[in-house]
Design a protein around this ligand. Structure first.
Ligand code: NAD
Ligand code: UFG
Length: 339
């Protein structure tokens, strides 16, 4: 299939491009490079041994630019990664987040419809479950209260696409609810490249290990979990990438609306991650227990059985490989793509 990949220069998009090409698909990337570096696309091309990945630098809110892309290509489907994703920043800049994520998706869906491309895979998030009512979380678990504008945009956009599919059953909409993606491509050539102080656990750990930060702050050790620290379903980004290739099957089968949890089904605490990282990589990660972080929940991991049953997709990598590959990327690229 020929796939439009919005946000394809970013962390998950760049890894997904590799798996798409490996599976025989081709792609055109549209990204405004707000949170990414075009070097990532060069390295993807190098890994999959093609001259270049077709790329248009454009904002998905720019209708004219999108129209031009659709006029030049006939797409079978879109994988829609483009969006702003920093939880804390979304609390400080709600209007920017709502505007970018909502408007961007509205323009994209409208242009897709106009050009007869009614197949979309959307990057949703476990955040839509709020403080989950059931653990492990199945897709039937009711959606919960999102504590931040970023999460609200995911939840609302899911609803927009469900309503669109209901109104026009020609649409095939696949909502992938990602759990916690970490790791990097095993080549060490592409990986997560956060700007400024990382919000998420793994990039913070790797920056402590490389000496860019003094110590990790562990946000709370009084949660009702085995060691008191927060438990999450970490998933290797390469597994997450292959889930998108598998999800194209749901489009191929004209499944209409399909929703899948994309995680491993295993919950690990913050201290499990730190200890595994230290053991696997033989480096030090000093840490200090701090107050809980506002808006955090105790435990979040999924039941990934539905994706296994319907898409034949299952995560292959464990926590050790996630820690190994995150470190491999960081130590080979201490300053990200600008190294
Ligand atoms: P990322 O920031 O690395 O990638 C997103 C890309 O979208 C960036 O390259 C950015 O420049 C681009 N972009 C943003 N707004 C745009 C716009 N208006 N027009 C064109 N391009 C735009 O993030 P990621 O971690 O790769 O996440 C990809 C998607 O997955 C996002 O939608 C994110 O919300 C979602 N998601 C991520 C996580 C996670 O923990 N990384 C978890 C759940 C869901
Ligand atoms: N944590 C620390 N110290 C840090 C960073 C995180 O102790 O410096 C802890 C958190 O308290 C939490 C765990 O590590 O217990 C994971 O935190 P992350 O920030 O890495 O991930 P979250 O589960 O909070 O959220 C992430 C994304 C969301 C997404 C969600 C589910 O940031 O956008 O996963 O996919 F919605």
């Amino acid at each position: 299939m020929k796939i439009l990949v919005t946000g394809g220069a970013g962390f998950i998009g760049s890894h997904t491009l590799i798996e798409l090409y490996r599976a025989g698909h081709s792609a055109v990337v549209v990204d405004n490079l707000y949170n990414s570096d075009p070097e990532a696309l060069k390295r993807v091309a190098e890994i999959i041994r093609v001259d270049e990945i077709p790329f248009v630098k454009a904002d998905i809110r720019d209708r004219e630019a999108l129209e031009e892309v659709f006029a030049a290509h006939r797409f079978d489907a879109c994988i829609h990664f483009a969006g702003l994703k920093a939880v804390g920043e979304s609390v400080a800049k709600p209007l920017e987040y709502y505007e970018n994520n909502m408007n961007g998706t509205f323009v994209l869906l409208d242009v897709m419809r106009k050009h007869g491309c009614k197949n979309i895979i959307f990057s949703s998030s476990a955040t839509v479950y709020g403080d989950p009512a059931i653990i492990p979380i199945t897709e039937e678990c009711p959606k919960g209260h999102c504590t931040n504008p970023y999460g609200q945009t995911k939840s609302m956009l899911e609803q927009v696409m469900m309503d669109l599919q209901k109104a026009d059953p020609e649409w095939n909409v696949v909502l992938l609810r990602y759990f916690n993606p970490i790791g990097a491509h095993p080549s060490g050539r592409i990986g997560e490249n956060p700007n400024g102080i990382p919000n998420n656990l793994m990039p913070y750990i790797t920056q402590v290990a490389i000496g860019r930060r003094e110590k990790l702050n562990v946000f709370g050790n009084d949660y009702p979990t085995p060691d008191g620290t927060g438990v999450r379903d970490y998933i290797h980004v390469v597994d997450l990438a292959t889930a998108h290739v598998a999800a194209l099957q749901a489009i191929d089968r004209k499944q209409g609306l399909a929703i899948y949890n994309i995680g491993t089904g295993h919950g690990y605490s913050v201290l499990d991650v730190v200890k595994t990282f230290v053991k696997v990589n033989g480096v030090e990660v000093p840490y200090e227990i701090k107050e809980r972080r506002a808006g955090d929940i105790a435990t979040c991991y999924c039941d990934p059985a539905k994706a296994a049953k319907e898409l034949g997709w299952k995560a292959q990598y464990g926590l050790e490989e996630m820690c190994r590959d995150s470190w491999n990327w960081q130590k080979n690229n201490p300053n990200g793509y600008q190294s």
